[in-house]
Design a protein around this ligand. Structure first.
Ligand code: COA
Length: 312
């Protein structure tokens, strides 16, 4: 049993800060940021919150699943998982706020924090519940208000992050099962944030970790599933840095045609990056015709993992 994407949605705030705007706060340039990261701009939440962005993305995903004929209403959703690094509220869970807005009255709902690996971890968890027969349909959301924990005086990190939310409705389908999840708390100091503080990052350490861990966990997943490069239509990787994605492609010997990217538009939106990208692919028709997708995420923790998903 595997997950099949039947609906997607996303929401990003209207306010856009391009690299020139960032250069007003810290000594940097559009050229430096583009060359080192591939990022051109990011969306910044003004009145938006983790909850409001999650709700909007979720509503769009549920509507899309209804339009696709996969579900009749939100009542068919069995579980809601929201991944969020910095929700403004501690209680109730963001997932419960989403539940009441999408009419998922039968769903259980809770939040998870696995940083930028969040979406992949939550998806794998949903598939695990599907395989023990506990759920059939899940709504998985990444909603990130990172600008509130970004240190806008640190040019080594503030150039990277953006706000936004992405949501995916998945249903249980027959297909090959595979999942990979890893954590290494001994490396946790590379990316930290206290409750009332701002993110601090050792960029080079995270970079070295990412270029190794992303291809390794993709290879591990494909070995586990006994699938080959030709069995995968797309590799949807966490959008943290264009150079990390290109390095992973090189190591995996995969053409960039199979690795969609949107980091230029949004920066790193943590657990929202993969579902926002999946939603863009869906709107462009790229998910039509039963696609086979490998997803991989990595981030603070340290944490990293990969998952396998089908499309309608
Ligand atoms: N603009 C201009 N110069 C900058 C800069 C900026 N925004 N940020 C750093 N620099 C400078 C440094 O001060 C340093 O100068 P020095 O040589 O005079 O000391 C030089 O550029 C190189 O710094 P370095 O940290 O080695 O740059 P880098 O090539 O590693 O790029 C990152 C920095 C953050 C872009 C890169 O390390 C990265 O993307 N890491 C991964 C981070 C990540 O993905 N985090 C999220 C994980 S989910």
């Amino acid at each position: 049993m595997v997950g099949k994407i039947v609906g997607t949605g996303s929401y990003v705030p209207d306010t856009i800060w391009d690299n020139h705007k960032i250069a007003q706060f810290v000594e940097t340039s559009d050229e430096w940021i583009r060359e080192r990261t591939g990022i051109g701009k990011r969306h910044i939440a003004g009145v938006d919150t983790t909850v409001s962005m999650a709700i909007e993305a979720a509503k769009r995903a549920v509507e899309n699943a209804i339009t696709n004929g996969a579900i009749a209403s939100g009542e068919e959703i069995d579980a809601i998982f929201v991944c969020a690094v910095a929700p403004e509220i501690l209680l109730p869970a963001v997932a419960c706020e989403v539940q009441k807005e999408v009419g998922a009255i039968h769903a259980f709902a809770y939040d998870m924090n696995a940083a930028c690996s969040g979406f992949v971890f939550a998806y794998n968890q949903a598939v695990s519940f599907m395989n023990i027969g506990m759920i059939k349909t899940a709504l998985i959301i990444g909603s990130e208000h990172l600008s509130r924990i970004t240190d806008w005086t640190d040019r080594g990190s503030c150039i990277l992050f953006g706000d936004g939310a992405g949501a995916v409705v998945v249903t249980a389908a027959s297909g090959p099962l595979g999942m990979v999840m890893h954590s290494d708390g001994s490396g946790g100091a590379a990316l930290v944030c206290s409750h009332d503080g701002k993110m601090k990052m050792d960029g080079q350490k995270v970079f070295r970790f990412a270029v190794k861990s992303v291809p390794e966990c993709v290879e591990e997943l494909m070995r586990q599933m006994k699938i080959k490069e030709e069995d995968v239509d797309y590799y949807v990787l966490h959008q943290a840095n264009q150079r990390i994605i290109e390095a992973a492609a090189k190591r995996l010997k995969v053409s960039m045609d199979k690795i969609p990217m949107n980091i230029g538009e949004y920066g790193n939106t943590s657990s929202a990056s993969i579902p926002i990208l999946l939603d863009e692919m869906n709107r462009k028709g790229m998910l039509e015709g039963g696609k086979r997708i490998v997803m991989a995420g990595f981030g603070a923790g340290l944490s990293w993992g990969a998952g396998y998903v089908l499309t309608q």
